[in-house]
Structures are given as structure tokens and as C-alpha cells.
Design a protein around this ligand. Sequence first.
Ligand SMILES: Nc1ncnc2c1ncn2[C@@H]1O[C@H](COP(=O)(O)OP(=O)(O)OP(=O)(O)O)[C@@H](O)[C@H]1O
Length: 250
Amino acid sequence: MASIDVDDVTLHFPIIGAGDRSVKNTLLSIATGGKISGGSGTILVTGLEHVNFQLRDGDRLGLIGHNGAGKSTLLKVIAGIYTPTQGHVEVQGKVLSTLNITLGFEMEATGFENIILRGRLLGLSSAEIKLKIDEIAEFTELGRYLELPVRVYSSGMLMRLAFAIMTSLESDILLMDEVIGTGDARFIHKAEARLNEFMNKAKIMVIASHSDDVIKEFCNKALLLKNGTVFAMGEVGEILELYQSDEYQD
Ligand SMILES: Nc1ncnc2c1ncn2[C@@H]1O[C@H](COP(=O)(O)OP(=O)(O)OP(=O)(O)O)[C@@H](O)[C@H]1O
């Protein structure tokens, strides 16, 4: 069984040396991001504050909220990229995350070489990589570009390669930041089918998105963040409605 337990998690980002110059400006923009406190010397930006929830097998959670509400920070805390300032996160199961999906490419190596390198990095054996490589290559539709160093790829081409590699893997827990909005229209359509298949293999999924359609299509629960705190968590339709309400927007 896979599980995620987020227990009273608070995360502060100390911004050293920012205190003197920008207090006024940052206070003016407080409605957008997390809370800002502190003054001279160090400013504390609150990424998350007293966040609590549990996820179990079958849960597909959509994270929603305004810019700077804390969605990506929460994904990073679950992925173990950030350590909470306070509270605990306990994760059981193999985690795969799409955060910074194109990071980690070897720019001088070819597309094919990167498939192999990434596979090795993710713990696949040579035999497993061999089994997957043709299928990954075909999905990218990059053809002979896969024989060229990835530094010559456009950002969309890089994304295709990263997406194809990632979705060829399996994990218990899948953490996703907006991921499919980057390709051209035809590729997005093709990617959606593959993404569905990929997500169905995971026991738990957490996806941060600004798209109601993405949340409705892929999630069975939603968590609405506001300034780093949990505003509400529950059934998707109900939470999306709350997101649009005056109660949340005020
Ligand atoms: N590395 C960092 N250093 C300082 N502050 C940060 C850092 N990362 C995030 N923050 C702050 O934490 C808060 C939450 O940011 P986060 O990126 O989690 O928001 P988000 O909900 O994903 O926003 P968006 O929808 O705009 O992507 C914001 O106030 C942001 O300024």
C-alpha cells in the first residue's frame, strides 16, 4: 500500500538581505503569494503553513489555488526536495515526480544516449532500457534528431523526450506539476492518452494545475490552497466552485 501523510507542515523561505529594500513592494503584493514577514536583514516568505492531509491508494489529488498559493512547494515537500521548517511528511512507496522534468539531460549527448543515461539514473537495467528504447523513440516522433546532441533541440522537442522517458516508467506515487501544456496541439492530444495510461499504473497521484479541465479529468479529490494554508479539501466539483467564490477570492 502507498501512502502520503502530511502532518502540520509549515515551510518558510528566509530571504537574506532583502529586508531593507523591498518591504513596501512585497507588502503591496501580499495577496498573491504566501505571507511575508520580517523586516530588516531577513524576510521570511511563508510557502506553507500548518498543512495537514492524508492520501491512500486510489487517491488522485488536484492542487489548486492562486499564483504563489503553495502548490509547487507542497509537491516539492512531498518529493523530499524541501524539508519542512516544522511538521512531518511521511511517504510510503516509490515516488516519481515531473518537477523539473527536463533537468538532468546531458546536453552534449544524443537523444538516444540520454534515454539510456536517464534510464540508468532511474535504476533500470540495460535489458529493461533495451526493451523501452524503441517505444520511447517512436513516441517522441523525433526521428533522426535522436542521433543528434540534445543541445540542438527546441524546448518543445526536449519536453517530448523527457515526457516520453518519464511516462515509460512505473511508480506507486506520481507527483506532477503542469506538464502537458508545453507541446503543440497534436502532441498534447497524443500525450494525454499516454498520460492516462501512465497515471492508471500509479496508486496515488498529486497534480498541481491551473486548469479546471485537467483537475476534473484526472482527479477524484481537490485541495484548495490560499497563501500557503489549506482553504478546503474535498470533492472536485465542490472545491472548484469554492475556488471561484467570493469567499476564496476575498
Ligand atoms: N525558492 C524560493 N524562495 C523563496 N520563496 C519561494 C521559493 N519558492 C517558492 N517561494 C514562495 O512560496 C510561495 C508559494 O510558491 P509556489 O511556487 O509553491 O506557488 P504555486 O501555488 O505553485 O504558484 P504558481 O501557480 O504561480 O506556480 C510564494 O509566495 C513564493 O514566492
